[in-house]
Design a binder for this molecule. Structure first.
Ligand code: URA
Length: 234
């Protein structure tokens, strides 16, 4: 049980002071009855605001189909950012909604966002070895020998101390391939190709662990089940 004003402010609805106004205006109900005090302790599952159940009171997980040109940052200085594509109150939740790892500004595709630190850790910890699949378009004809180069597990990237873990490359067409990696190093896919003399012209993440974009349109997001994510095998 949590204080109503704390609960509403932590979910990004309003400040604790504004919660008093919400209550005065009769917008908040507990099990269908109008709440009288904003400092009352309540069960979040029974609260409604404007007759709508609270949004993800136990934590939020969603996937975004990130378009090219949006940065994974809360800063307003780097041009458009992914939070402009998500509900405006999500960064006001406490903890704030943040991306699970990052995609480069020039990369499109599946990005998870959450306010649950445990999920961020679980999905980004090197130990978890979560598979991420990218569709890659390069500047010149691919060679079959690259499959083995990426699979061997001894590919060293410049200024790194450890080789990349084995990665699965599937050549799709002359200049297009699918690459599955289990790490999340800085610019990893672009650097892996660059180390072998290919320039990545287009990069799109199709899959992150068990999640796929399926029919989610570019720039759109959808909620995912936190319960299922917590149960998922690594
Ligand atoms: N690898 C990259 O080079 N960029 C990304 O955005 C993701 C993986």
């Amino acid at each position: 049980m949590r204080r109503l004003d704390q609960l509403l402010s932590s979910l990004g609805y309003c400040s604790r002071r504004e919660a008093m106004a919400f209550v005065k205006e009769g917008r908040v109900k507990l099990d269908g009855a109008v709440v009288k005090r904003s400092d009352q302790r309540v069960d979040s599952a029974l609260i409604t605001v404007d007759d709508q159940p609270l949004e993800a009171p136990e934590g939020l997980l969603a996937m975004l189909h990130k378009p090219v040109g949006y940065a994974c940052t809360h800063s307003a200085d780097e041009g458009p950012n992914i939070y402009e594509l998500l509900p405006a109150h999500w960064p006001d939740r406490n903890p704030a909604v943040t991306s699970v790892g990052r995609l480069d500004k020039d990369t499109s595709g599946l990005l998870l966002v959450t306010d649950l630190g445990s999920l961020v850790h679980r999905f980004t910890s090197p130990k978890s070895e979560v598979e991420k699949t990218y569709l890659v378009e390069v500047d010149r004809e691919l060679e079959a020998a690259l499959v083995e180069v990426f699979a061997k597990g001894d590919l060293m990237l410049r200024s790194e101390e450890k080789p990349c873990l084995p990665a699965k490359l599937e050549i799709v067409s002359t200049k297009t391939a699918r690459l599955t990696i289990t790490e999340g190093r800085y610019h990893q896919v672009r650097r892996m190709f660059a180390s072998q003399g290919w320039h990545v012209e287009k990069l799109h993440r199709e899959r992150f662990g068990p999640y796929e974009l399926s029919d989610l349109a570019e720039g759109e997001w959808r909620m995912l089940s936190v319960e299922q994510a917590a149960k998922q095998e690594r």
